[in-house]
Design a binder for this molecule. Structure first.
Ligand code: ATP
Length: 197
């Protein structure tokens, strides 16, 4: 049985917080693969402020190159229609795609997502379609974010890495350093393409 981690996000840009947490979850949950899935229109984010999918994908590919267990999927970017894509739909699509294989999906979400889970589409179904992995994020304590869903998920402790894409975009705008917050290749890409100015 292949164990596949599903890691969705805006990845605008992907940063070392994402990579460190994904590697730790892979290690602790004995996953064979962690699939990074950039979202087309993040349902709970302001669409106008999200970079082009092409840039987010290019940065993601640069970031995961060199880790054989990290893969990229365009399943959400390629969803038909214009409405936001929902994780439950993604899981159903992946279940179909992998129906001929023995796989188990592990949906990885941060605590910042856990507190919003009731706003997601069909949150209860996520737990039927996958094992939900909840990971810590600086600023959130498990006692504070406990809800009806936290008890159904598996809490996997990872090192607290206080990096966010919002902070990276802010730093660039302020002409401050982002060195070591993102892989070097991603940093180069951001400057070469004048992103987040
Ligand atoms: P933004 O600041 O733009 O909201 P972000 O840094 O939170 O972006 P996303 O692409 O929205 O990045 O995050 C995707 C997933 O990664 C979410 O489940 C989020 O909880 C998790 N995540 C992001 N950064 C970290 C981090 N530093 N530590 C642990 N989990 C993280």
């Amino acid at each position: 049985m292949k164990r596949i981690g599903i890691f969705g996000g805006t990845f605008d840009p992907v940063h070392n917080g994402h990579l460190i947490m994904a590697e730790n979850v892979k290690d602790q949950m004995h996953l064979d693969e962690v699939m990074f899935i950039p979202s087309r229109i993040p349902p709970l984010k302001d669409i106008d402020n999200v970079s082009d999918a092409a840039h987010r994908v290019n940065m993601l590919k640069l970031a995961i190159a060199g880790n054989d267990a990290f893969t990229y999927s365009d399943v959400e970017l390629n969803m038909p229609g214009t409405e936001p894509n929902y994780t439950v739909k993604t899981l159903l699509k992946l279940r179909d795609e992998y129906s001929r294989y023995e796989v188990k999906f592990y949906l990885i979400i941060g605590m910042d997502q856990l507190i919003n889970l009731h706003k997601w589409k069909d949150p209860g179904k996520l737990f039927l379609l996958s094992e939900v992995i909840i990971i810590n994020r600086p600023g959130y304590l498990i006692q504070q974010v406990e809800n009806e869903y936290s008890r159904q998920g598996i809490f996997v402790p990872v090192p607290n890495i206080d990096i966010s894409a919002t902070d990276i975009r802010f730093r660039i705008n302020e002409k401050r350093s982002i060195k070591y917050l993102v892989p070097q290749a991603v940093e180069n890409y951001i400057y070469e393409n004048n992103l987040y100015k």
